[in-house]
Write a protein that binds this ligand. Structure first.
Ligand code: HEC
Ligand code: HEC
Ligand code: HEC
Ligand code: HEC
Length: 248
């Protein structure tokens, strides 16, 4: 029986392994499911190298989390999870866009006039807006910034050219997005693995929103896993991620 299970597991692993470990390609592959296998594994980065005096560095979780004496930045929605990275104090320009920033027939701004990011997006922006050093965690200051390490991942403080975040999803349903209770579909490998089909994910749009029902960076990305490339929260082949919210 044990042998059967092992060979079944191996049978499953070989086709998975043959897909390869592309960081950008779609599909779940072994180590990319963990932080260790993602671009967020900074254990080997120069800005996170082991310091025998402070006993810091060389770790995976530490640039973002600490078990003790965490900082508690004030963010809306979900609280910061044992946060260890210096919190950004930057000011931002937010997306106003096409219809997003225009007045509705009832006279309310579709985008609710959002002027600043909030919620867990502020945790992401504490590295990705480029204003706080990457090594600024656990009381250290750090010298290297996002732009020095990965310029393409530096969003800056001008978010006018980025998908809107930190706005309540409900208020913008008029913009052509699904109801919060809509169960979206996603790509799944088909029979032989050579084709893909849409299947119901069993999750609703609501699961992509934060505790205040807002769209955040974490609606589309996870901090921990890179199984679908770009740390996306779901496979975006056929734009499945986009279509999970947008009625298009
Ligand atoms: C680059 C930053 C970063 C790294 C590295 C990181 N995390 Fe996180 N983690 C976050 C952020 C941001 C959140 C909150 C956002 C969310 O999950 O929606 C979070 C949330 C969590 C949570 C609560 C929510 C959940 O997903 O369960 C746990 C537990 C957690 N992290 C554990 C870890 C552990 C353990 C490691 C190391 C193996 C780690 N994290 C590495 C950024 C990071
Ligand atoms: C401690 C700093 C830090 C925090 C906090 C952080 N990131 Fe990152 N992130 C980085 C760095 C550095 C890179 C670039 C890694 C590389 O390319 O070497 C990166 C890369 C990425 C990438 C690109 C992955 C790829 O495949 O190229 C995405 C997407 C991303 N981060 C999203 C997020 C989101 C979403 C959050 C919040 C939930 C977050 N990050 C929080 C430092 C951080
Ligand atoms: C509406 C969905 C959505 C939201 C919200 C979102 N992203 Fe992304 N992001 C994506 C997609 C999709 C990609 C992959 C890029 C592509 O397909 O061209 C991406 C790519 C990235 C990259 C990699 C850029 C590169 O070229 O290396 C980073 C870094 C990133 N996002 C960070 C963030 C951060 C930080 C936030 C919040 C401030 C955020 N994202 C909000 C969908 C989103
Ligand atoms: C978590 C749900 C969600 C996801 C996922 C999502 N969006 Fe959005 N997006 C919204 C909402 C809500 C709005 C604001 C309402 C609107 O303008 O239609 C919006 C706004 C936009 C706008 C601006 C429209 C305007 O009027 O200015 C564009 C374009 C857009 N999204 C494209 C995308 C693309 C492309 C993707 C996939 C990479 C994506 N969205 C993923 C929820 C989402």
């Amino acid at each position: 029986m044990k042998k059967l299970i092992i060979s079944a597991a191996l049978g499953l692993m070989i086709p998975l392994m043959s897909i390869g470990q592309s960081t950008l390609g779609p599909g779940a592959t072994g180590s990319s499911l963990t932080v260790a296998g993602s671009p967020h594994n900074f254990s080997g980065q120069t800005w996170n190298s082991y310091n025998s005096t402070t006993m810091q560095g060389g770790q995976i979780c530490q640039p973002c989390h600490t078990p003790h004496n965490a900082i508690s930045p004030t963010i809306t929605g979900n609280a910061a999870p044992l946060w260890n990275h210096t919190f950004t104090t930057a000011t931002y320009s937010m997306y106003t866009g096409f219809e997003f920033g225009t007045l509705t027939t009832t006279g309310a701004y579709i985008g609710y006039g959002v002027t600043a990011p909030d919620g867990t997006s502020k945790l992401c922006l504490s590295c990705h807006d480029g204003s706080v050093a990457l090594g600024a965690y656990g009381g250290q200051t750090g010298t290297l910034y996002m732009n020095d390490v990965a310029p393409g991942a530096n969003l800056g403080t001008d978010l006018t050219n980025d998908h809107p975040i930190s706005f309540p999803y409900d208020s913008v349903v008029a913009g052509g997005v699904h109801d919060k209770n809509f169960i979206y579909s996603q790509y799944a490998a088909g029979g032989s693995g050579t084709y893909v089909t849409y299947t119901s994910s069993g999750k609703t749009v609501g699961s992509k929103l934060d505790a205040n029902g807002e769209v955040q960076c974490t609606s589309c990305h996870g901090p921990h896993s890179n199984s679908r490339g770009y740390q996306l929260s779901m496979d975006n082949r056929g734009s499945a991620l986009c279509l999970s919210c947008h009625k298009k």
